[in-house]
Design a protein around this ligand. Structure first.
Ligand SMILES: [Zn+2]
Length: 221
């Protein structure tokens, strides 16, 4: 994850998740119970709040599991098996046949949304609704794709070329053709904005104004 173009807060969250250092239960500031704060009001015997429960089992992150599946079926229609959300978030595990830059972009978008959801439910804000959580992840991904597009413009290409880190340069497409090859199955660039297409476009068309506001405040970066 050293070459991932993620905001520092997302990167720190990723390290905490992968190393098992993410505060859970009573270890989280201001939380007085050990049980999962989401499942507590929905199950007779709520599970303990652990990293494993959060990323493997908790219904709170189900919208992100569904979104990962949807993205994978759009990007890789011939290999429909999506990665497990748990292994993908914590370790970036996708198998060897997929595009590293694409996986890094999606992983960053989902990590930032997970971080926002986690902060919300362990604070007075409470649980994030499923639609807002999906829209937050898509908003993060759209920002990444927009920056990918900008990386193909001459001015930004010149800036990237001057960077000392080769891995930083390699993570962004360097031509419009490379951009289209990378993202044409899920998004397109029209005028001055990125628009999702196919099933992802339908998903966004149904969002409510309220959900829109919440996800715009999410930009968990
Ligand atoms: Zn739970």
């Amino acid at each position: 994850m050293h070459d991932a173009p993620w905001p520092s807060l997302t990167r720190n969250f990723a390290y905490d998740l992968a190393s098992g250092a993410l505060p859970c239960g009573k270890a989280h500031t201001g939380v007085t119970m050990s049980e999962c704060p989401f499942c507590l009001t929905r199950a007779a015997n709520p599970p303990r709040d652990t990293v494993q429960h959060i990323v493997c089992d908790c219904p709170y992150l189900e919208p992100l599991r569904l979104l990962l599946t949807r993205l994978w079926s759009c990007l890789y229609p011939d290999t429909r098996t999506p990665p497990l959300l748990s292994l993908f978030l914590a370790y970036g595990h996708v198998g060897s046949t997929h595009d590293h830059a694409v996986a890094t972009a999606i992983r960053g978008a989902l990590l930032a949304a997970t971080r926002w959801a986690r902060i919300s439910i362990t604070s007075e804000a409470g649980a994030v609704n499923p639609e807002a959580l999906t829209n937050a992840a898509l908003s993060n991904l759209r920002t990444h794709i927009h920056l990918d597009w900008r990386a193909t413009t001459p001015a930004v290409r010149a800036l990237l070329a001057a960077r000392p880190s080769q891995t930083q340069r390699a993570i962004r497409p360097n031509t419009q053709r490379a951009f289209v090859l990378r993202w044409s199955r899920v998004a397109t660039y029209r005028t001055d904005r990125v628009e999702f297409i196919g099933p992802l476009a339908l998903r966004r068309a149904g969002r409510s104004g309220r959900g829109n506001r919440r996800h715009s405040t999410a930009s968990p970066t």
